[in-house]
Design a protein around this ligand. Sequence first.
Ligand code: PLP
Length: 432
Amino acid sequence: MLHPNLAVNENGHLTIGGLDAVDLAREFGTPAYFIDEDMVRENCRTYRRAMAKYFGGNSRPLYASKALSCTAIYHIVREEGLGIDCVSGGELYTAKTAGFPAAWIYFHGNNKTDRDLADALDMGVGTIVVDNEDELRTISAMASARGCTQKILLRISPGIDPHTHRAISTGSVDSKFGRAIETGQAKAIVAEAMSLPGIDLAGLHCHIGSQIFEIDPFVDAARIMTAFIAELKRDLAFDCRELNLGGGLGVRYTEFDPVIDYADAIERIAAVVHQLCAEHNIPIPTILLEPGRSLVAAAGTTLYTVGSVKEIPGFKRYISVDGGMPDNPRYALYASRYTALIANRAAEEKTVTATIAGRCCESGDLIGEDMPIQPARRGDILAVLSTGAYNYSMASNYNRIPRPPVVLIAGGKATVAVRRETYADLVALDVL
Ligand SMILES: *Cc1c(COP(=O)(O)O)cnc(C)c1O
């Protein structure tokens, strides 16, 4: 199986965290997202242990919560000792509702509104990761008016082009995120932040992109950022206390994707930071990483019920399921590949290839094309693997389809964390 928490039992059914997927589908209905909480916790511990070992005790992973945001996940990562990254007022509100300590929130975004910033200051958000001068000046004015000082990091673009989909590459010079070293604008914004009232510039942040399998781009980013910190020390006498190197490590969606050893990646990134800090004779800043996908994606499985099955002679076979782009828009957005199987006949060979289609009135509403799978029949339970990240958090109500529930699996027990939306929920906001 693609992930260690998945297996096939004596009935030939897929099991998730030891629970029979066919039973889960019966109990919770379909479509539904199942998140293996034990696996999420294990991933959190892998990051924590490796960061403590290679970067020292103050370093910490921050869960990039846009990957999967709901109150339950904030409870889990808090218990595991992680901080979080939030990218909107809505994520901040959800984290606050879950009782997440505001001091451990890093607030991101390339265009935070005045309302977002006021909310963040009201909440006492520990760190705002500032994207640009407009935002910097707004925070300075707001914090000064309140008589407080806001700790910030500055988002810097190191000019790295990792090999990933263009839509999820974020660290090149031509990017809507941050300020680039190459143009001189990064140094200028550091100088300005150092001079403004109400601002405590603690350090720098970069995030080069997502679903990256090669470690070299991360090592390059760490090298460029460390060299830049040395330059800032020399030219501006700036002492960088924190360096946040973002997220982006890849996850296995299919058997063709490599298995990534996250601890090994962290060790390699740490090695270059240590080496460069020694060379430049600067103290090693507290290092932060922001994994999103690599904490939750592999822990997620979506279960659907198969509806119509069609063969078009000379073309292809369509298997339609009772969900689709409203619960998983990633194929429509990025042509993302997934692994699928028939959960009630998981022991059988995958002898056909099929296009798995959703039920929206939209030809692009697909989970994937040419996917190897067992022959499917109406009523089968179809599982799509590695859906823990950027599925529920990207879900919509397109075609007025209610969003599926999020069910946590821990210690052999399944518990609803987010209930299924109802038709009444869909009209609840309609006021005329
Ligand atoms: C999306 C994002 C992350 C997480 O990326 P993953 O690929 O999910 O690990 C981390 N930091 C920032 C700033 C992001 O925008």
